[in-house]
Design a protein. Sequence first.
Length: 230
Amino acid sequence: MRVDRFLSNLPRFNRQQVRLLLIERRVRVDGEIVSDPHHNVREFSRVECNGEVLQEGRPARYFMLHKPMGCVSATTDPQHPTVLDLFAEPDKSELHIAGRLDFNTSGLMLITNDGQWSRRLTQPQTKIAKIYYVETEQLIGPEYVEKFLEGFYFAFEDLTTQPAELTILGPREARLSIVEGRYHQVKRMFGFFNNKVLRLHREQMGALVLDNTLAPGEYRPLTAEEIQQI
Ligand code: URA
């Protein structure tokens, strides 16, 4: 929300007073003086006026999980363990998943209470690369590389996938970098060749690499630097 709206929503200030407070540089957001009425105030922002705290700001939380196979990317599930069951954190209901993985896909998963941050990560327009290690049932031929670059037509969404970079690592294994995150995207791409994906593991999202000290099922908070990288 804009800082001028945030302030004028408070019972104590009218619009004229808000204008003056900003012009007179009496308002701070996260410690910085703010005079631009468009400056963004979030639920996580600390807002002060004349030295008085108007909003503490909720702590923003960010975690990296090594998702194991056999667990659901949901907050609740009647049958199976969920990724949130792996978290021993307070107020878990505030947390959400930034980029789901299928039941039997393992690897890097990011969990946060910051919707703006997770949208940046998952919106196709931001083109953040997701890197997967893939093992398949059938051989992966050299013709795959060109097709992945060219794109696959997905009839359900009526779109052609963005160029994807496939590196063949062995007869039935590859590393794949994609910028979208469509439903079952990797499996559907290999499905074009009638080649079943037997193992799928996400190694990286943008600059964030799965910490190799995390065993499947373990998680840790992101560092300040990692949060900035998205
Ligand atoms: N693509 C898939 O098919 N499955 C995943 O879990 C992630 C990407």
